[in-house]
Write a protein that binds this ligand. Structure first.
Ligand code: SF4
Ligand code: SF4
Length: 369
C-alpha cells in the first residue's frame, strides 16, 4: 500500500500530513508502564503472564532500568504505572523506587490485585508529595464469584474483598489523601448480571472511576469466560452500567457500544504507540506487554529517548497507520477499548464506534495464540 492518500480506515486519511505526525510526538512518552517485578500470587485463567498456559520469567527490574527512571528530567510530567505483568506490592525495592519518584513530577499508578492492599503495604508507598492512582481488579463483590472468576483460593478472594472494603480508611489512616481510586472490572459470563452491583459497591467504597474490559482472547479457554461475541447481551448491560455510574458521579470507561458501519474498513489505531511505552525488567522496551509484540529497543544499547524517537518505533507506528498489524495487535481489543483513555496528541481517531466482538471471528480465522 502506498503511504500517500490511502484511506486506511474509516476515520483517517493517511497522507503526507499524517506521515509528519508520526514524528510529531513528545520527546519522551507521557506514560511509562514499568515492569518492576513479574511475580504474582495469583494465576488468573485469562492472564497472559500467569495462567496455566503462560511461561513468563520471574524477574525484577535491572540496574539499567533504575538508571533510566532516575534520569527522567525532574520537570517532565509523567505517569508511571506499576507493573502490568505482576503484583507491584511484591516488588522488593518498592520504597526505594518511591524515593526516586519523589524527586520527579510523577503520577504513580499502581495496578494491583488487591491482596496486599492493607495498612502494612500502603505504608510502603505512602507519601503526601506523590499523586497516586490505585487501580484494583474488582470482578465480583462476593468471594465465591471472585474465586470462581480468578480461580484463586476462597481465603484469597475474602482477603481481597476485605481490603477493598476498607480501602478509603486504609489510605486515610496512612496519611494519604491524594489518591484516585479506580476499579478495574473484567466483563465475563460469571459476573455479567452483577456488573451494576459491582459499580454500586465501588461507589459506596469511595472509588472515583470504574474501567470495564473484555478479556483478550489469548487462549481458547477464555471463550468460556468471554461474552464479547454476544453484543446483544452485554451491550444493554453496559448501557445500564454507564447510567448508574453517571448517576453516582463515577467516571466510567467501558467498551464502546456503537457498531461500526463497515467493519471491513474499520481499524482503530492503538493510541499507546504515541503516548505510552512499556519498559520491561530486563531493559527491553515494547509498545505494550502483550506476548508477541516487538521489542523496539533495549536500554543496554540506547537511551529511552532515542528508542522512543527512533526508527524501530516509528516503523511500528507506521505499520499501525497502514493497518499492517503484527498478529497480537490484529486481535487486540485494546485498539477499541482504549478509546477515551490515552489518545495520541492531535489525533481524532475514532469516537464511540467499535466492533470489538467481531475480533472473535478474526481470532478464529487467525487461530489461537
Ligand atoms: S492478578 Fe493480574 S498479574 Fe496476577 S495472575 Fe491475575 S491477571 Fe495476572
Ligand atoms: S494494539 Fe494491543 S497488542 Fe498492539 S501495541 Fe496496542 S495494546 Fe499492544
Amino acid at each position: 500500500m502506498s503511504l500517500k492518500n490511502e484511506k486506511i480506515c474509516g476515520l483517517i486519511n493517511y497522507n503526507e500530513q499524517n506521515i509528519t505526525k508520526i514524528k510529531d510526538i513528545d520527546q519522551l512518552p507521557k506514560h511509562i508502564v514499568l515492569e518492576t517485578n513479574s511475580t504474582c500470587q495469583l494465576k488468573c485463567p485469562f492472564c497472559e503472564h500467569h495462567s496455566v498456559y503462560s511461561v513468563y520469567p520471574k524477574r525484577e527490574m535491572n540496574q539499567l532500568v533504575w538508571e533510566c527512571i532516575s534520569n527522567i528530567p525532574e520537570t517532565y510530567n509523567i505517569n508511571i504505572c506499576l507493573t502490568d505483568t505482576g503484583e507491584p506490592f511484591l516488588f522488593s525495592r518498592l520504597s526505594e523506587l518511591i524515593d526516586i519518584l519523589l524527586r520527579k513530577k510523577v503520577t504513580l499508578e499502581i495496578l494491583t490485585n488487591g491482596l496486599l492492599l492493607d495498612e502494612k503495604h500502603i505504608k510502603l508507598i505512602a507519601n503526601p508529595f506523590l499523586n497516586f492512582k490505585i487501580m484494583v481488579s474488582l470482578d465480583a463483590i462476593n468471594s465465591s464469584m471472585l474465586s470462581e472468576i480468578r480461580k484463586c483460593e476462597h481465603s484469597q478472594a475474602k482477603k481481597i474483598l476485605k481490603n477493598v472494603s476498607f480501602i478509603k480508611e486504609t489510605f486515610t489512616n496512612s496519611g494519604l489523601n491524594n489518591v484516585r481510586l479506580i476499579a478495574n472490572i473484567l466483563i465475563v459470563k460469571q459476573n455479567l448480571e452483577h456488573l451494576c452491583d459491582i459499580i454500586s459497591f465501588a461507589s459506596e467504597h469511595s472509588f472515583d472511576e470504574v474501567h470495564m474490559f473484555h478479556p483478550i482472547i489469548l487462549f481458547k479457554d477464555i471463550l468460556y469466560y468471554s461474552v464479547v461475541s454476544e453484543p446483544e447481551i452485554w451491550k444493554p448491560i453496559i448501557n445500564r452500567c454507564k447510567e448508574l455510574a453517571n448517576k453516582r458521579g463515577l467516571t466510567i470507561l467501558c467498551p464502546p457500544t456503537t457498531d461500526y458501519n463497515n467493519p471491513e474498513e474499520s481499524s482503530p489505531i492503538c493510541p499507546f504507540c504515541w503516548s505510552s511505552t512499556w519498559i520491561m525488567a530486563d531493559g527491553s522496551v515494547k509498545p505494550c506487554c502483550k506476548p508477541g509484540t516487538p521489542i523496539l529497543g533495549d536500554l543496554v544499547n540506547e537511551s529511552l529517548q532515542s528508542i522512543w524517537l527512533g526508527k524501530k518505533y516509528n516503523k511500528f507506528r507506521e505499520t499501525m497507520l497502514l493497518n499492517e498489524l503484527p498478529s497480537p495487535c490484529a486481535r487486540c481489543f485494546f485498539r477499541w477499548e482504549s478509546v477515551g483513555r490515552i489518545l495520541p496528541n492531535n489525533y481524532h481517531i475514532w469516537d464511540d464506534n467499535a466492533t470489538a466482538y467481531e475480533l472473535i471471528s478474526r481470532c478464529n480465522k487467525i487461530g489461537g495464540c
